[in-house]
Ligand binder design. Structure first.
Ligand SMILES: NC(=O)c1ccc[n+]([C@@H]2O[C@H](COP(=O)([O-])OP(=O)(O)OC[C@H]3O[C@@H](n4cnc5c(N)ncnc54)[C@H](O)[C@@H]3O)[C@@H](O)[C@H]2O)c1
Length: 307
């Protein structure tokens, strides 16, 4: 799933750190010229075990970052496909990682919690009864990974991310996407229609922080990890609050609210995410708060919409 919102940026960061040819991107999408020129790219369908196996063997792979997934809102539109990609796909990479003794990263999400979880704040360990197929597949991933760790010694690592905000890649159909869309609409048309109610609070993170948390977490020696799955976050805000922050740059921004089916999903998710265990156990610390994130998003996107 390397060509998605997180994979594109992660490949850049990892290539700077470990060398261009030591990081292979893969996806089922046709890559842009820029992607092809930036380093190795291979077609790999997460549902094709043999194809993945061949890639690992031929390239002497030792880490897998497993990003392919159908996100929360898209998953609800096509449950059978979400089950295949999110659950069967996970089984493939997990088995592969076990066979070839790979270190494997699987992202989880605030969507792995549900209405019965404590929502403000949501601790690392608490009841998880998600109400989306996306959340169900993520809890399955967390549990299976931890099981493989205990049973087979698999080096499984998982971070639960909140909504990730980025300017150079588009979000892939999650419930937190509004917090990216607002920048494009504010700069392009000065008008934004939000599909969540103004007071819907959700945890969020700027992409630089999200990718840094992943890199720091993956580089830890195995003995430094007390747990395999951690919450990470940076901020928590409502549509109303981000609108105010964006209006510091676009004072004439007009906003209307028209909640759709994503409201129900958001209402079952954490409002504030407790990442104190990641902070205490491996020194996780975010750098961007809401205003810092908004400033950098506006700065990055303004040139695109200047006419
Ligand atoms: N972006 C967020 O806000 C966020 C938050 C929490 C967790 N996550 C998790 O991080 C991971 C990456 O998220 P993202 O935002 O980059 O998602 P995305 O939707 O932007 O990208 C997913 C990628 O998976 C690829 N894919 C789909 N089916 C595939 C298949 N059969 N084989 C191979 N690739 C396939 C798609 O082509 C796409 O490029 C996901 O597992 C997601 O659940 C993301």
């Amino acid at each position: 799933g390397g060509l998605g919102q997180l994979g594109t940026g992660l490949a850049k960061v990892l290539r700077q750190k470990y060398g261009k040819n030591n990081v292979i991107m893969s996806d089922i999408l046709k890559p842009s010229k820029e992607v092809v020129e930036s380093g190795p790219y291979i077609f790999a369908d997460i549902l094709d075990f043999k194809c993945l196996q061949e890639m690992v063997v031929n390239n002497r792979i030792d880490w897998i970052i497993h990003f392919s997934a159908l996100l929360s809102a898209v998953g609800e539109q096509n449950v059978p496909l979400a089950i295949r990609v999110n659950i069967e796909g996970l089984h493939n990479v997990m088995e592969l990682a076990k066979q070839y003794r790979l270190r494997i990263f699987v992202p989880s999400t605030i969507g792995a919690f549900g209405p019965e979880s404590p929502r403000n704040p949501t601790p690392n360990l608490c009841i998880q009864r998600p109400k989306t197929i996306y959340g169900v597949s993520k809890v399955h991933g967390e549990l299976l990974g931890e099981y493989y760790y205990h049973k087979f010694g698999l080096d499984f690592r998982c971070l639960r991310f909140p909504g990730v905000i980025s300017s150079d890649t588009n979000p892939g159909g999650g419930t937190t996407d509004y917090a990216v869309q607002i920048f494009h609409d504010a700069l392009k048309t000065r008008q934004f229609q939000c599909y969540l109610k103004p007071d819907t609070r959700l945890p969020m993170m700027y992409i630089t922080d999200a990718l840094r948390s992943l890199c720091e977490f993956m580089a830890l020696p195995p003995e430094a990890l007390k747990q395999r799955t951690y919450n990470v976050t940076a901020m928590s805000f409502t549509p109303e609050e981000i609108v105010k922050s964006v209006q510091r740059h676009v004072p004439d921004l007009q906003v209307s609210y028209a909640p759709d089916s994503r409201q129900q999903i958001a209402d079952s998710w954490p409002q504030v995410f407790d990442d104190s265990e990641a902070r205490a156990e491996w020194n996780w610390k975010p750098q961007y708060d809401i205003d810092g994130m908004v400033d950098i998003m506006v700065e990055a996107l303004r040139p695109k919409y200047k006419n």
